[in-house]
Design a protein around this ligand. Sequence first.
Ligand code: SF4
Ligand code: SF4
Length: 328
Amino acid sequence: MAKPKVAFYWNASCGGCEEAVIDLAEDLLKVADAVDIVLWPVALDFKKKDVENLKDNEIVASFINGAVRTEEQKEMAELLRAKSQLVFAFGSCAHEGCIPGLANFTNREGIFERVYKTTESTKNPEGIFPKVKTKVPEGELTLPEFFDTVYTLDQTVEVDYYIPGCAPPPDIIMNAFTALLEGNLPEKGSVLSPNIALCDECDRNESKPEKLEIPEFNRVHQIEIDPEKCFLAQGIICMGISTRSGCGQRCINVNMPCRGCFGPLDGVKDFGLRTMAGIASIFALENEENLSEEDLSKLMDKLVDPAGLFYMYSLPSSILRRKRMEEK
Ligand code: SF4
Ligand code: SF4
């Protein structure tokens, strides 16, 4: 019997999700044995043409990591969607936009200006920027269009399942492969990780404060962090309160607070808003009586880059999606 055809592809991402597949170690051999890989640019020499030559729906599942920020990435997502029965958004960039999605705090012009002109190591007095078409004596060179806005995979094509995490850990990936191969996948649209908050499985949960009585917010480099105590009790923002579990407390175990890469629980439309609301709700209870508005405002000023903090992994999937730029 023919093995199910499977494709892996990457869009705007760091490569960590490709590493995550390799992290399957011996299990990768089992997966490779059970499926027929028809595209995996980072590891195997297939071409776009090979995918174009397949029939529609001939691929059983495509695992696409990365956000979508160029015309080429959009085209590949659309091609794989047409050729696949199932599309999995693999990892936080495809799921919610992740770190590449922070580019939605600016636009193409802002990025090009910084990258090709004003970085300290750049000399570009003529202000030459990449162009979609460039004429050279030999003909015309083309580059894919670079979008103003970074999109999640499901803002580009229909997605069947989400494998969360930056990057997804091996057990979450292997569970997804097993469910696919055994025909045991949950309802379409599911995020393939437990729908409970990280706090609920965190080893530090017992010291999590019900009311936050902190004189100020701390950043991780500013204090010596107690490795046993909840980060919130130490004045450090930890997003385990609103983050889906399944990562095995990867950051907490190395004494770092959760930044939310597994995304929200089912039904939450805006991860950043939910996290802010969660922290505000325990914060305000105690302190609103003790602090003046001026004190509160000073305390909030100590929270560095709140937009970047609360939307570190999820800006493109948020309700606002991007910063509104002034029209010229
Ligand atoms: S806030 Fe962070 S450290 Fe505290 S219990 Fe939740 S996940 Fe653990
Ligand atoms: S602790 Fe939070 S940020 Fe760290 S891997 Fe887990 S979900 Fe992601």
